[in-house]
Design a protein around this ligand. Structure first.
Ligand code: CTP
Ligand code: MG
Length: 258
């Protein structure tokens, strides 16, 4: 008998799953107060290219993603549209630009409102994480396709974390209340991936301050799981993060033979 593999029948699509189309919503409407004075954070450049364009490319580079919704600074939607038109981006991806809101949560909601029907999986990705590798994006999509309603990329912590009684005045000593077991903690990143209906329901029902989308899903009582994050998916928040981002980009360009 020959060892040649038998011809395989074509893979049967799992109804509603393999057909699921994926869109990415990129909240980019923040000012970047912690980065210091200047243009809105997403429009500042890294290696000569706006941070937002890096973030858009990171999403569009995933073959799973066919639509990217950029939530622009409220007065900057036209400028963002011009930037998208001026930079080379994958042809198979569509782009939509909407103006953002006062808070990240509002901006994400405005992005979700702009999603056309037919996208069953939604990634939410901070423009402030311009260097996330495509493998991390793909791992998040894969876990949602496998049935998780909410997926977050996560990393173990390097620092020990203390819970404190916050001081009234900045800089005052703060009493330490507890030291959570670090081995049980994770720092989470974006893109976070969601079953679209679950995320929309969360944004319609959960009120109150949240710093990520997955915590809204937790409040609904639905399951959130982690996949391995990546150290290059760090958030550009303070001036030193810009130095690190420039260094990561320079190393990539060297490795890519530019
Ligand atoms: N974001 C947004 N709309 C807002 C506030 C934030 O779309 N009203 C976006 C930011 O553009 C960023 C992401 O949410 O891509 C994460 O927020 P953060 O890192 O806090 O950015 P900023 O809010 O711009 O920074 P800062 O808090 O220092 O002002
Ligand atoms: Mg902020």
């Amino acid at each position: 008998m020959s060892d040649a593999p038998l011809p395989q029948p074509p893979a049967q699509p799992v109804p509603g799953r393999t057909a699921a189309r994926t869109a990415a919503v990129i909240p980019a409407a923040g000012r970047g107060v912690r980065l210091g004075p200047g243009a809105p954070k997403a429009l500042r450049t890294l290696g000569g290219t706006p941070m937002l364009i890096h973030a858009v490319r990171a999403m569009a580079d995933s073959r799973a993603v066919s639509l990217v919704v950029v939530v622009a600074p409220p007065e900057g939607a036209a400028e963002v549209r011009t930037l998208l038109d001026a930079h080379a981006l994958p042809e198979r991806t569509e782009f939509v630009v909407v103006p953002g809101g006062e808070t990240r949560q509002e901006s994400v909601k405005l992005g979700l409102d702009a999603l056309p029907p037919g996208y069953d999986i939604v990634l939410v990705h901070d423009a402030a994480r311009p260097l996330v590798p495509v493998d991390t994006v793909d791992a998040v999509v894969e876990a949602v396709r496998d049935g998780a309603p909410a997926v977050v990329p996560a990393l173990p912590l390097a620092d020990t974390v203390k819970q404190v009684e916050p001081a009234i005045a900045p800089g005052e000593p703060e009493p330490v209340v507890a030291t959570p077991d670090r081995s049980l903690l994770r720092a989470v990143q974006t893109p976070q991936g969601f079953d679209r209906d679950t995320l929309v329901r969360a944004h319609e029902t959960v009120t109150g301050d949240v710093t990520d989308d997955a915590s809204m899903i937790e409040r609904l009582g639905a399951a959130v799981v982690t996949v391995p994050g990546h150290e290059e998916a760090f958030k550009v928040t303070r001036p030193l993060d810009l130095v690190l981002a420039e260094a990561v980009l320079a190393r990539r360009r060297l490795n890519d033979g530019f």
